[in-house]
Design a protein around this ligand. Structure first.
Ligand SMILES: [Zn+2]
Length: 160
């Protein structure tokens, strides 16, 4: 009997090129969850990129692999940790750092509109460009900081 199948492989690339192996999994969801919990700690290990790929078992060569998601690491405009991950294909970025969760995404409803937000403050805004979104998040973070609040404190209350 011939066994066929597919496995899902999350991985990350450190600064300097070393690949971090995280195992291989039978579902895409598990692979994504493993990657997400790893990305939460990306301020401890400098990382450049991360991805989830699916591999066809017993297939030789390039045909065996499909990239499902690819991410690039950025510095978070709100908490300043390197836990802000940008989805390379669709424009979507999220901070995986604990207590932050700042995000930027293309609106699904309106073309050419970018939404951004910072959940702990219930702040969200619609802007036109990604740069505007980054600025808008930096501004709200600066306002919280000048009020003596830290983006890393999960209990703070702040009215933007
Ligand atoms: Zn953040």
């Amino acid at each position: 009997m011939v066994m066929t199948g597919r496995i899902y492989v999350p991985s990350a690339v450190e600064e300097g090129g070393a690949v971090v192996a995280m195992g291989c999994f039978s579902t895409q969801e598990t692979a994504m969850n493993v990657l997400r919990s790893f990305l939460k700690k990306s301020h401890q290990v400098p990382l450049e990129r991360a991805s989830v790929a699916s591999w066809e078992i017993d297939v030789v060569g390039d045909d065996a692999v499909t990239m499902l998601s690819e991410f690039e690491c950025r510095t978070c405009p709100v908490c300043h940790r390197t836990t802000f991950w940008l989805d390379v294909e669709r424009f979507k970025a999220t901070c995986y750092g604990s207590a932050c969760g700042a995000w930027i995404a293309e609106s699904d409803i309106e073309a050419g509109v970018i939404d951004c937000g910072w959940p702990p403050t219930q702040f969200s805004e619609q802007v036109e460009t990604i740069d505007d979104a980054m600025r808008s998040l930096r501004r709200i973070a600066a306002r919280a900081e000048s009020a003596g609040l830290s983006a890393l404190d999960s209990t703070f209350q702040f009215e933007p």
